[in-house]
Design a protein around this ligand. Structure first.
Ligand SMILES: NC(=O)c1ccc[n+]([C@@H]2O[C@H](COP(=O)([O-])OP(=O)(O)OC[C@H]3O[C@@H](n4cnc5c(N)ncnc54)[C@H](O)[C@@H]3O)[C@@H](O)[C@H]2O)c1
Length: 325
């Protein structure tokens, strides 16, 4: 259990999941010290919590990491920093490889040098590729990356496993399925569907509304609080994971067309979507078997898609109301 002597390092603390994680973590463990790093490549300055110790810099910069690790000697590292998004990695192959694989390796090296307890890696359901087994379990579905981003995440998992075999600290890999929730801004060209549609709905000047493919593709959408819970459970566990990977999702699947209908119902607004082709590297359906995480991580998703969507819409409405004042 974290005490006033516990220090955690959160990489990517200015991003969507990292910033929401910091908010929940400090509420749950107010005595622990939180150190955050981010280089703002996709993160936002206003998302960095003012109460944490923050360093601006890159996970690819070994000398920078050395200064941070030497000064704070973290017990646990939560590694959220990455250049995410499949289509971005298809376009920017070497840059995303440097950050997503090279940055992860640099961090693991410092974890070895400064004797941390456990490294908690943000992996992704994309490692499975177009897997035929649905719901997908870790045991029966061999990873088959079909994009550079998916390959980076799978390589990250393997390096985690190797590091905890070779060195004296533990690692665990959490394969998140499409995450959504408050704090996710959908104004980038690479935004995921829920945040992109809600941005187009509430802030039409920031995002064009479109649907890729038929809309019959489906996702196991996972509300961000469930992901945060999984990270905290991974830290608290007495087990030795040795790089083991766990699906983190809700365990239910929703088609994009159903998601559209629900957004229209809860927001009272009509989503007028133009049609676009599917992006290369995108998979058709995702649906997780989460029984392994339930059993070994005591993971229990508490917010389902419908309730998560209502909370996310409330956050967009609040922001929208703020811009009108
Ligand atoms: N959002 C999802 O649906 C989802 C699904 C599966 C896995 N993931 C993984 O979860 C993690 C967090 O995702 P997110 O949605 O919050 O993404 P995000 O883009 O909002 O956050 C990533 C953060 O990492 C920072 N970063 C990027 N390169 C960096 C570098 N070289 N040095 C330091 N900081 C750097 C960015 O500035 C940003 O603040 C990522 O590792 C992502 O691959 C996300």
């Amino acid at each position: 259990m974290p005490t006033k002597h516990t220090t955690i390092l959160v990489t990517g603390c200015a991003g969507f999941i990292g910033s929401q994680f910091v908010l929940s973590f400090k509420e749950r463990f107010p005595k622990a010290t939180i150190v955050g790093i981010d280089d703002f490549s996709t993160g936002r300055r206003d998302a960095v919590d003012r109460s944490i110790i923050f360093y601006e810099g890159s996970i690819c910069d070994g000398a920078f990491l050395d200064t941070v690790f030497k000064k704070h000697k973290p017990d646990y590292v939560f590694h959220f920093a990455a250049l995410p998004r499949i289509s971005f990695s298809v376009k920017h192959l070497s840059r995303t490889t440097d950050v997503n694989i090279g940055g992860t390796v640099s961090l693991l090296e410092k974890c070895r040098d400064y004797g941390i307890k456990r490294f908690i890696f943000s992996s992704s359901s994309s490692v499975y590729g177009n897997n035929k087994e649905l719901p997908t379990s870790e045991k029966n579905s061999i990873p088959n990356p079909v994009s550079p981003y998916a390959l980076h995440k799978y390589a990250g998992e393997r390096v985690c496993r190797l590091a905890s075999t070779l060195y004296r600290f533990d690692t665990v890999c959490l394969r998140y399925f499409t995450v959504f929730g408050p704090g996710q801004f959908g104004d980038s060209a690479y935004a995921t569907v829920i945040s992109a549609w809600l941005t187009g709905l509430y802030f039409p000047s920031e995002k064009e509304l479109f649907l890729e493919g038929t809309g019959r593709q489906s996702r196991d959408f996972c509300y961000v609080d469930n992901v945060i819970q999984a990270n905290i459970n991974a830290m608290l566990s007495e087990k030795h994971f040795n790089g083991d990977a766990f699906n983190i999702a809700h365990g239910e699947t929703t088609s994009l067309l159903s998601a559209k209908k629900m957004i229209e119902k809860f927001s009272g607004k009509k989503l007028n979507l133009s049609k676009r082709p599917i992006r290369p590297g995108d998979v058709k359906d995702t649906h997780a078997d989460i029984s392994k995480a339930k059993k070994q991580l005591k993971y229990k998703p508490t917010v389902n898609f419908e309730n998560g969507l209502k909370k996310t819409i409330a956050w967009f409405e609040q922001r929208h109301a703020g811009t009108k004042q």
